[in-house]
Design a protein around this ligand. Structure first.
Ligand code: LLP
Length: 422
């Protein structure tokens, strides 16, 4: 569903004109649609029906408490990769027993805090982590359920920076070494290896890498059971791609088709399943609004300088990611399009949101809408160039609320300390 459409010449989020939010809250600002968040969640949850399966929302995609709460209220658990994310999940109302802790480099103190909080499952990614976790569990007098994240060496055919399931990636334990790792885990008195986990990458557009990985994991589960391990859970990770570019033929698979494939490939395995979607639940449920500061015509192309920048949304710079960008005021039908760079005010040539993009005419004061910015947008922002973190707004029908206020310059400066001896 698209909650961001033109109505009477103005783009709305549900029933609220984006220009109104830009005026009242200021720009740049992230805007999320509650209806879209719920619809994305429901689509996933509905397709899971009949499977022995759970959904753990990958909080890293958008960790605003209101967003986590929206999913928790519908029954989602959380997939976390830090104690900070655990605190957020708990604060948003996710039960500890519904939290899975993933991550390639968990510190002892983080493992301890997770166990003390009662986190349901730790996904271990190395033999060294098995040793640390066993020691922590022992000191707490506990026996903990673990899954081991296995690297199946499958090419997810996505951007190199978000591929995680190949041998050259730092994630998980090489599938060829997995049996040894489970034997190592089983030798530890305070660990109970009961699960196998994978996560092969993000913004994945085809089912095949998933199918290949699940087949490999299925084979592994059989071997592990032969080795005497009581494997009960299969954690299939996240990574489901979304549409970033409306006018293209790049189309991700439907969640229903994915789930059909999962049903086929896991039939008769006797494992409870777990999914960790992030982007597919929030990506298209959010936009970033910026205001045009000025337009600078050049001989090669036109630069439209807006007040949102790479510090607010790093994806175009970091992953060469495409985000559709449109004016909040609907352009006239047949408006001439000109090659335009939409850039921010930051002092880096890499500070752009779109390059060489056919755009209708824009003028100072216009509000532009950077679409599909709900995932890995606000969470990856920084204060580079001493630009305060931007606000986040949640829309529900004809009402909206600021769910994170704009950081003030006073707060930003107050975080620093100047030594007395300086
Ligand atoms: N589970 C694990 C263990 C993960 O590492 C991730 C994402 C997910 C689940 C959720 O994946 P998703 O469904 O959102 O694709 N910043 C990048 C994406 C990084 C993804 C990191 N891991 C981007 O903006 O494209």
């Amino acid at each position: 569903m698209d909650s961001f459409v033109y109505q009477g010449g103005e783009m709305v989020a549900e029933s609220v004109p984006l220009a109104r939010i830009a005026r009242d809250v200021g720009t740049p600002v992230y805007v999320y649609s509650l209806a879209a968040l719920r619809a994305n969640y429901q689509a996933f949850a509905t397709s899971m029906r009949g499977l022995d399966a759970e959904l753990h929302y990958a909080v890293k995609a958008n960790s605003n408490l209101a967003v986590i709460r929206a999913f928790a209220a519908q029954g989602a658990g959380a997939d976390i990769v830090s104690i900070g994310e655990m605190r957020r999940a708990l604060a948003a109302g996710v039960a500890a027993s519904n939290i899975v802790f993933s991550g390639v480099g968990k510190k002892e103190v983080e493992l301890r805090q997770a166990l003390e909080a009662g986190v349901r499952q730790i996904n271990v990614e190395s033999s060294a982590e098995l040793d640390t976790l066993d020691a922590v569990a022992k000191s707490l007098g506990r026996v903990v359920d673990i899954a081991i994240r296995v690297n199946p060496d499958v090419d997810a055919k996505t951007h190199a920076k978000i591929t995680t399931g190949r041998k050259g990636n730092k994630f998980g334990i090489d599938i060829d070494l997995a049996r040894d790792a489970y034997a190592h885990a089983a030798s530890k008195k305070n660990l109970r290896p009961i699960g196998v986990a994978m996560h092969i990458g993000s913004q994945i557009l085809s089912l095949e890498p998933y199918r290949d990985s699940i087949r490999k994991l299925r084979g592994l589960v059989g071997e592990l059971r032969t080795d005497g391990h009581d494997i009960q859970r299969l954690d299939l990770g996240g990574g489901y791609g979304i549409v970033y570019r409306d006018q293209s033929n790049e189309r991700p698979f439907a969640v229903g088709d994915y789930m059909e494939m999962v049903r086929e490939e896991t039939a008769g395995l006797g494992c409870a399943l777990s999914f960790e979607p992030g982007r597919s639940l929030v990506g298209n449920a959010g936009v970033l609004l910026g205001e045009v500061i000025l337009v600078k015509p050049g001989t090669a192309r036109t630069f439209v300088i807006i007040d949102a920048a790479m510090n607010d949304l790093i994806r175009p710079t970091l992953y060469e990611a495409w985000h559709d960008i449109v004016p909040s005021h609907e352009p006239a039908a047949g408006a001439t399009l000109a090659a335009t760079d939409i850039v921010g005010p930051i002092c880096e040539s890499g500070d752009y949101l779109a390059q060489n993009r056919p755009m209708p005419p824009l003028a100072a004061g216009d509000v532009v809408v950077v679409k599909s910015a709900g995932a890995y947008g606000a969470v990856m922002s920084s204060t580079y160039n001493t630009r305060p973190l931007v606000p986040e707004v949640l829309v529900d029908g004809d009402r909206y609320e600021v769910i994170r206020p704009r950081q003030s310059l006073d707060d930003l400066l107050a975080a620093d300390r100047v030594p007395e001896w300086l």
